[in-house]
Design a protein around this ligand. Sequence first.
Ligand code: SF4
Length: 400
Amino acid sequence: METESLREKFAALGHTGAAEPEEADLVVVNTCSVTEKADRDCIAFLRKTAAANPKAALAVTGCLATLDPRKILAAAPGATIFTNKEKEEIPASFCGGPATPGDFFSVAKSHGRARAFVKVQDGCNLKCAYCLVNLARSELRSKPLDSAADEIKKLIASGFAEIVLCGTRLGIYRCKTTGASLAGLMKRLFAIEGGFRLRFSSIESGELTPELLRVLKGAGPKFCDYFHLPLQAGSDAVLKAMGRLYTTADYRTKVGELRSIFPGVGIYADIIAGYPEETEEDFNAAVEFVRGCALSGLHVFSFSARPGTRAAALKPLPQKTVSARSAALRALDGELRAAYAASMLGKKTSVLVLKNKDGRAQALASNFVNIELPGPLKPGRLLDCRVTAARSGVCLAEAL
Ligand code: SF4
């Protein structure tokens, strides 16, 4: 959504986006540094872009540019670097016009998507052993309540029926002006009129406070039946080594609490495969734990050491162990998604149409299960349907 926001700021200054980097006068690259592979991909993209269009000015920002500008300049010597803090100054630096430092990224439209993503929080002050975020984005910032509400109201008025609220650590949202927490923000957003639903991209399980859960429950269908709770490891020993602030028991309790408040809710998790200190016993415990929680699906990341983190100083597991654990967790993810989709058979659900393919509409249920319906149907439309079949984690349904 930062990229969308930059695009809008350039448009406001009278510029239009080029179809390809080769046709642009200015190329802005927003880099990621979440894994070593992400670093490599960014560098390869920069080299390719700089070679394909040497006449274009090149602005590089994002986490990799903030953490390792030398790496960027080695790949693209003519690039101008903007750290994450300076990102908002890019349009004014190249096109003139008012600089907007401190202006939290906002997006009035979300280009080419059925769902809109709105970032309301940035930064994290925790120090998980494998994570670079606390080095690249340690400053905590939250979008003021009024700006967030105005922006989302505009998105809804322009036709978006699902808004995904994002943040590096959404649960610590705090409006500086009003002191509102995430619960306060949600209360305000749910009061907006119209047929729409809100979803959290991801939230730490410990940050789902009783007050927040009360507000979410009170919103009914305006809040998606969905939580993405980062787990990262399924054994207490590895959670502790990672510096995570919860135990498996805490996580299991939160999952149970969510299911008692939101029956049938989709609960998904991130998990890291092959963390350096994870023994075979830890890994088996993790698989058992995930099965025991009957999660709805996993996002599996293979561990790769990020230079500068505590985990990078640990002896890595052999690559074949990392790959085998990653494959086992991905297979488990397939099983979980299939079981969760099957549990929806005969049930009514609300879906958002994403696109059409081969005469069928592809949609996303409130609980994040992929749904196929007879189509074509208008993308971006919310509708109720009943699930008639489930195959490999995808449900077939008919509109009601
Ligand atoms: S909570 Fe998330 S963003 Fe913060 S340090 Fe841990 S992994 Fe990184």
